[in-house]
Write a protein that binds this ligand. Structure first.
Ligand SMILES: Cc1ncc(COP(=O)(O)O)c(C=O)c1O
Length: 396
C-alpha cells in the first residue's frame, strides 16, 4: 500500500470513528448551535427589532471589540461587504492597484474590483500560507517607485499602489508584523482580511489589528456564524466612527430629516443575525479549544510520518502565534497524492477539500498584474483541508 493510502485510511478511521461517529456525510466545516441562539433570536423577533438596528447589533459589536481588543468594531452584512467598505474608506478607487495574495477566497479579489481597482498578485509564504513580506518587498523594490505627489506607483503602468490586503489563510497568522513594517516604510495602508481568523493571535494581539483596519466573516462555514455577517475592526477611533457612518448609508443623525452627507453603503448587519452572533460569541473560546483538540487528533494520527520532509504533516502555526484552528490542513508530496487523498476521503463521504483555485487563473483576474508565485502554485497542488468543526460545544 502506498504511503498516501496508509495515511488516508488512518485519517478516515479517525474522522469517522472518533471525531464524527454516526454521521453519513461529514462536511468540511458545519455550524453548531448549542447555546443561547434560539433564545436571543426569539427575543429579537419579540422585540420587533429584526432589521438594521437593535440591541443585539450593539452588543455583538461590543463583544467582538472586547474579544479582539479593537477600539471599535462595526458589524456588516458579510465579510465581502466589509472588505469593500474598508477599501473605499482607505481611498482605493478607479484604476488603483492593490497588492494581495493569489491564494485566497475570491471575495478578497472581488472587493478590490468593486472599487474599480485591480489586484496585483504577489506570492505567499510557504510556512504561513499568507502574503509573503519578502515577495512584497521584491515587488515594491523591483517594480515600483515613489512619486512625491501621488505616492507609490507601479513603474510599468504608472498606476498608484493604493493598499495592501494580506489574508490569514485558514486562521494561520501570516507574518503580519514584518509586512506592516514594510508597508509603513512605503506609506501603503494595510487592510487585513481576517475573515478566517477570529480567535487567532500574534503574541497577544488579535489578527486584524496590525494594519489600519481589518475585517472578519461570520459566514456559515466560519468558526462562529451569524448566518451571514461580517465585522470591521480598527484601533483608530475616528476611522471606526467613519466606518459606522459609511456602512449605514452615511445618514446624518436627525429626528426626522433624511440627509446623507456622502456616498454610503447599506451594509448593516440585521439585529436577527446579530442575535445569533451574540450567542455564538459566548461559545467562541470553547469552540476554539475543541478545534485545537481536533488538530491534536490529526497530529497524533500523522505522528509516524517523516517530520523532516514535512510531508503528510499538518500545516502548523508559527511559534509565537495562536491559531484558531479554523481549517486543518495537511501537506501532500504532489498533485497526484493530493488527488488520491481527496478521492479516498470523498468516497467515504468526507468532504475534504483542496485550496481554492489561484485568483490569477480565474477569468475575472486573468489579466491582473502577477509576480511569479511558485509557492502558491505548489501549495494548491499539495494541500488538503480536513473536517475541522466541533460537533457539540456548550456555552462557557
Ligand atoms: C479570506 C476570505 N475573505 C473574505 C471572505 C468573505 O466573507 P463573506 O463570505 O462573509 O462575504 C471569506 C469567506 O467567506 C474569506 O474566506
Amino acid at each position: 500500500m502506498s504511503e498516501t493510502s496508509t495515511v488516508a485510511n488512518r485519517l478516515v478511521r479517525i474522522i469517522k470513528d472518533e471525531l464524527y461517529p454516526g454521521r453519513e456525510v461529514i462536511g468540511l466545516h458545519e455550524p453548531t448551535f448549542t447555546g443561547n441562539e434560539k433564545a436571543y433570536v426569539l427575543d429579537a423577533i419579540d422585540s420587533t427589532f429584526v432589521s438594521s438596528v437593535g440591541k443585539y447589533v450593539d452588543r455583538f459589536e461590543e463583544m467582538v471589540a472586547e474579544y479582539t481588543g479593537a477600539t471599535k468594531a462595526v458589524a456588516a452584512m458579510n465579510g465581502t461587504a466589509a472588505l469593500h467598505a474598508t477599501l473605499h474608506l482607505m481611498g482605493v478607487g478607479r484604476d488603483d492597484l492593490v497588492i494581495t495574495q493569489p491564494l485566497t477566497f475570491v471575495a478578497t479579489a472581488n472587493a478590490i474590483k468593486y472599487c474599480g481597482a485591480d489586484p496585483v498578485f504577489v506570492d505567499v509564504d510557504e510556512e504561513t500560507l499568507g502574503l509573503s513580506p519578502q515577495a512584497v518587498r521584491q515587488f515594491l523594490e523591483d517594480d515600483c517607485e515613489i512619486d512625491d505627489g501621488r505616492g507609490v506607483l507601479h513603474t510599468a503602468s504608472g498606476r498608484r499602489v493604493a493598499a495592501c490586503v494580506p489574508m490569514h489563510t485558514f486562521g494561520l497568522p501570516l507574518r503580519i508584523t514584518e509586512l506592516v513594517e514594510l508597508c509603513d516604510q512605503w506609506s501603503i495602508p494595510v487592510i487585513e482580511d481576517a475573515a478566517e481568523s477570529l480567535g487567532s493571535f500574534v503574541g497577544k494581539t488579535h489578527t486584524g489589528r496590525f494594519g489600519k483596519i481589518g475585517i472578519l466573516s461570520f459566514n456559515g462555514n466560519k468558526t462562529i456564524t451569524t448566518g451571514g455577517g461580517g465585522m470591521i475592526i480598527t484601533d483608530d477611533d475616528a476611522l471606526g466612527r467613519r466606518t459606522k457612518h459609511i456602512t449605514t448609508t452615511a445618514k446624518v443623525p436627525h429626528t426626522w430629516e433624511y440627509v446623507h452627507d456622502e456616498l454610503g453603503f447599506n451594509y448593516r448587519l440585521p439585529n436577527l443575525n446579530a442575535a445569533l452572533g451574540c450567542a455564538q460569541m459566548e461559545q467562541l473560546d470553547n469552540k476554539i479549544a475543541a478545534k485545537a483538540k481536533i488538530a491534536r487528533s490529526y497530529r497524533e494520527a500523522l505522528a509516524d510520518t517523516d517530520p523532516g520532509s514535512g510531508l503528510y504533516q499538518m500545516v502548523e502555526a508559527r511559534p509565537g502565534t495562536r491559531p484558531n484552528y479554523w481549517l486543518n490542513a495537511i501537506r501532500c508530496p504532489d498533485r497526484n497524492a493530493r488527488d488520491a487523498m481527496l478521492t479516498a476521503f470523498n468516497e467515504e463521504r468526507i468532504m475534504a477539500r483542496p485550496i481554492w483555485e489561484l485568483m490569477y487563473r480565474l477569468p475575472a483576474f486573468s489579466s491582473a498584474i502577477t509576480t511569479p508565485c511558485p509557492i502558491a502554485e505548489k501549495l494548491v497542488d499539495t494541500v488538503v483541508n480536513l473536517p475541522s468543526w466541533p460537533v457539540a460545544v456548550s456555552a462557557r
